[in-house]
Ligand binder design. Structure first.
Ligand SMILES: [Zn+2]
Length: 320
């Protein structure tokens, strides 16, 4: 560990490998890359390193990395000594368009994702498309699922932009990348400004995510892939509930596939249902789901768990 001068860098070993030379000087804390680090054991270890380095409330924490690093750095900065200032340099597309924006910082606990956490805003979020070059292609494509999500729930012009430029996006054209990163961030900020503490509108960002979290848990696929399939299931449910024209669900599915994301995962409906039942957003016998009425228009619906089970059984997941 390098001794510090008021700045703590929290990063992971992958990001450090590529960018260490460009890091600001300060106390450096490295974690193991990946979701498995997003837990209280890692938090515990970092608290210890902060204490040992004499870090106090006058210091600043910068998280340099993807979603896991940003979540951990934000959570630690919000809780250590009752909170110190922090900022993010988001290195993955997922972090740039979603995880680093909006102030939600949390960790997983037992089987639950993000169940321990806070909402506290960073001082800044830096998103540089150049950093995406060091991502694995699969991870980059995973981030595109969140971009499609903004299009589907609130921004038809972003959706159309992705449709028109799918090849350029997959080739990581910097102009197109800047455009989707910027537009995604603007959309997220808009919802966070209206509803920072997620009592209403912000919930729409969970489109596809109730299914996605369950799919991630069961199949072990990455977040973006799970979100892609989750959005397809949510759209199919929207059709089933009489909210969405089937053509629009097909259009969403086409964009997902054109951007290299999966449209299905091999999973039994009953398994998916059991995993959803454990979801943290459950309310009594009902579950809150974000459905869409059109591309760019979403609604929050509470659906009875028994009805959800029936619909899932009916959807025949392998063929949606
Ligand atoms: Zn997500």
């Amino acid at each position: 560990m390098i001794s510090g001068s008021g700045l703590v860098v929290i990063t992971d070993k992958n990001v450090s490998h590529f960018y260490r030379d460009q890091f600001p000087r300060g106390t450096m804390i490295e974690i193991e890359p990946g979701e498995k680090s997003k837990n209280l054991e890692t938090v515990n270890s970092i608290y210890g390193q902060l204490l040992d380095s004499g870090i106090d409330r006058s210091d600043f924490i910068v998280g340099i990395g993807g979603g896991v690093v940003c979540d951990l750095a934000g959570f630690i900065a919000s809780s250590y000594m009752r909170g110190l200032k922090f900022g993010f340099v988001a290195s993955s597309l997922l972090a740039q368009v979603d995880a680093a924006i909006g102030g939600k910082n949390g960790v997983d606990y037992r089987d639950y994702k993000n169940i321990i956490g806070v909402i506290r805003q960073p001082e800044f979020v830096i998103c540089d498309h150049d950093m995406l070059k060091t991502l694995e292609k699969k991870e980059f494509i995973g981030g595109l699922a969140e971009v499609i999500k903004y299009g589907a729930i609130m921004d038809i012009s972003l959706f159309e932009y992705c449709e028109d430029h799918s090849t350029d996006l997959l080739e990581m054209n910097p102009v197109m990348l800047d455009e989707i990163i910027y537009r995604s961030a603007v959309n997220k900020v808009r919802l966070v400004e209206i509803d920072e503490f997620e009592t209403g509108e912000r919930t729409k960002l969970n489109f596809g995510h109730t299914f996605a979290h369950a799919l991630e848990k069961i199949t072990g696929v990455g977040h973006g892939e799970a979100v892609a399939v989750g959005m397809i299931i949510a759209a199919a449910m929207s059709v089933r509930e009489g909210l969405l024209h089937e053509k629009k669900a097909i259009r969403l599915r086409s964009l997902i596939m054109n951007l290299g994301l999966p449209a299905t995962l091999d999973i039994a409906p009953v398994e998916l249902f059991q995993a959803i039942k454990k979801d943290k957003k459950k309310r009594g016998g009902e579950i809150g789901l974000v459905l869409i009425e059109d591309i760019g228009k979403s609604v929050i619906k509470y659906i009875d768990l028994d009805r959800l089970k029936l619909i899932l059984d009916d959807l025949q997941l392998h063929s949606i």
